[in-house]
Design a protein around this ligand. Structure first.
Ligand code: FAD
Length: 518
């Protein structure tokens, strides 16, 4: 049977899909799982549908089977099954919110991690929660806050992502400048390695596996459980946006706020670039926080350029905090900032409402068809040294008409990232996250995916030609050379980790880093 399967898996080229197999051929695959004794289920027919797509909508693949594991043992059995064939691969699929096929396994096995019973067990005494790798962060939030008044410290903007999916990348948002990415906020993992072993790891137990897996792009193991650090959840959030016409003033204020002593700044800081026009999606209207707030363009200085900048901050507080104390704390921090007078927006919202803010955007986008259109997103970490030139070349020039969705930009501190983990960062004491979150109507109403991809390439080319120090976040390369450049002096370490924890290169083939049997 293994030999039979191999007929299907020799072709690893996602971009040249062969014709689908017949129903008989699909049915013939089922003996592969005979004697494997899974508690979960295996689906052959139609498995090329949802599990062969992702949020990006620009890659398609056809897995041989979609497996819905019931527990970590099932995950280990599937990895061991694949190891008995010279060609089978295994992709853990979280919520499939990658944009370049990273969670796909063309002619391989896809594990739907969400089907493992999502356990979220909170220990208030140690302020930690044990959560399954396939649990959605929004479920972690609800369980921790509603059940215990506790919450994870570090988030992503959107919470319809799985714990294992974001921990395989980093998981960044407006709290990262304080606590580091989500990968810095877990103390223990249970992992199924590419060798089929189920291991618990932490800084003290199997530390090399722990550091490898966090930010490891799914290359070294499948996270089946994570122990997440918690803190007391606030009740309310004061959410503030202010506008800048000068990039240098925007960065000065953002950098000032993220480098203040711990506990003496906002609890959240992000920023975004928007178009200096009445464009309803990319322009002034994207700034106000409430429908009764009005963006008055007459406040914008005459000398302002084609794009403006918005600094977004938030302050946590409890219901019992006197309003005057909350005002005083926020005004003290806002006091020295140099934003444009008259362009300040503020609302007070519940903590869960704040963290679930993108969910509302998701509902709207689903209703008007842009959630299901292609999303060729580009995420970069750009060194602080080059960010002013990046603004000149990219924001003010290539992107002066916007991207049809948010263009995030905010500073992060490498000192909050443990370099033993697998993520690679630009050099220096500070870098910026830049995220082009393209939300366009399906072509021909909006741009075609190809046009957006070409623009991404133009941006990357400009970065290279100008010698900018940058790294892709949620990286995507199709050549070994691309990956070697990405990891730079960490490439040898990354390869050694692969050789140790997944020597046959069974895991996460959609990342296209190591071919099976490299
Ligand atoms: P998938 O896309 O399913 O998987 C991603 C990779 O991880 C794949 O290689 C997969 O094989 C691997 N993987 C999945 N589960 C596991 C596991 N249990 N163990 C090991 N490997 C696994 N990112 C941020 O950092 N901050 C944000 O604010 C943010 N916002 C986003 C908003 C939206 C609307 C979207 C679509 C994405 C956003 N992302 C953000 C990116 C997101 O973090 C990544 O795309 C993440 O990989 C998606 O999680 P997922 O569960 O869908 O993973």
């Amino acid at each position: 049977m293994i030999a039979y399967i191999e007929r299907f898996v020799h072709d690893n080229d996602v971009d040249s899909l062969p014709e689908p197999e017949t129903a008989e051929e699909q049915a013939d695959l089922s003996p592969l799982f005979n004697g494997v004794d899974l508690q979960g289920t295996v689906e052959f027919a139609g498995c090329g549908s949802a599990s062969g797509r992702d949020f990006g909508g620009v890659q398609l693949s056809k897995p041989l089977a979609l497996i819905r594991p019931a527990n970590s043992d099932d995950v280990a059995k599937v990895v061991r099954l694949a190891s008995r064939s010279p060609h089978l691969t295994v992709a853990a699929r979280g919520n499939g919110h990658s944009v370049n096929g990273q969670a796909m396994a063309h002619r391989g096995l896809v594990l739907d991690m969400k089907t493992i019973e999502p356990k979220i067990t909170v220990d208030p005494a140690t302020a930690q929660a044990d959560v399954s790798g396939g649990a959605l962060w929004e479920d972690v939030l609800k369980r921790c806050v509603l059940g215990y008044g506790l919450a994870p410290r570090s988030w992503t903007d959107y919470l319809g992502l799985t714990v294992g999916g974001t921990l395989s990348n980093a998981g960044v948002s407006g709290q990262t400048f304080i606590y580091g990415p989500q990968t810095e906020n877990v103390t223990e993992l249970e992992v199924v390695t590419g060798n089929g072993d189920v291991l618990v790891c932490s800084k003290n137990e199997n530390p090399e596996l722990f550091f490898s897996v966090l930010g490891g792009l799914g290359q070294f193991g499948i996270i089946t459980r994570a122990r997440v650090l918690l803190q007391p959840a606030p009740d309310m959030v004061r959410w503030i946006r202010v506008v800048y016409s000068e990039f240098s003033e925007f960065t000065r204020d953002a950098e000032f706020l993220v480098t203040r002593a711990e506990g003496d700044s906002f609890d959240y800081l992000e920023g975004f670039v928007f178009v200096n026009s009445d464009d309803p999606v990319n322009g002034w209207a994207s700034v106000p926080l409430d429908s009764d707030q009005f963006f008055d363009p007459s406040c914008i200085p005459r000398a302002a350029g084609p794009v403006l900048y918005c600094l977004e901050v938030a302050l946590h507080y409890k219901n019992e905090d006197p309003p005057s104390a909350v005002d005083m704390r926020s005004e003290r921090l806002m006091g020295g900032l140099r934003f444009v007078e008259g362009l300040r927006f503020s609302v007070d919202v519940g903590y869960m409402e704040f963290l679930l803010r993108v969910k509302r955007a998701e509902e709207e986008a689903k209703a008007n068809g842009i959630w299901d259109a292609p999303h060729p997103w580009l995420n970069l970490f750009v060194s602080k040294t080059d960010i002013a030139d990046f603004d000149r070349v990219v924001f003010k020039n290539i992107l002066k008409h916007g991207v049809g969705g948010p263009i995030l930009i905010y500073p992060l501190l490498p000192s909050k990232w443990d370099s033993r983990k697998s993520v690679v960062l630009p050099e220096g004491e500070m870098f910026y996250l830049v995220a082009l979150l393209r939300f366009c109507f399906p072509y021909p109403k909006g741009l075609s995916a190809q046009e957006m991809i070409v623009q991404n390439q133009e941006i990357l080319q400009s970065c290279i030609q100008n010698g900018f120090d940058f790294k892709l976040y949620l990286p995507h390369y199709t050549s070994r050379e691309g990956w070697k450049r990405h990891f730079g002096n960490q490439w040898t370490r990354f390869q050694e980790r692969k050789a140790r924890f997944d020597p046959m290169a069974i895991l996460a083939p959609g990342q296209k880093i190591f071919p099976r049997n490299w």
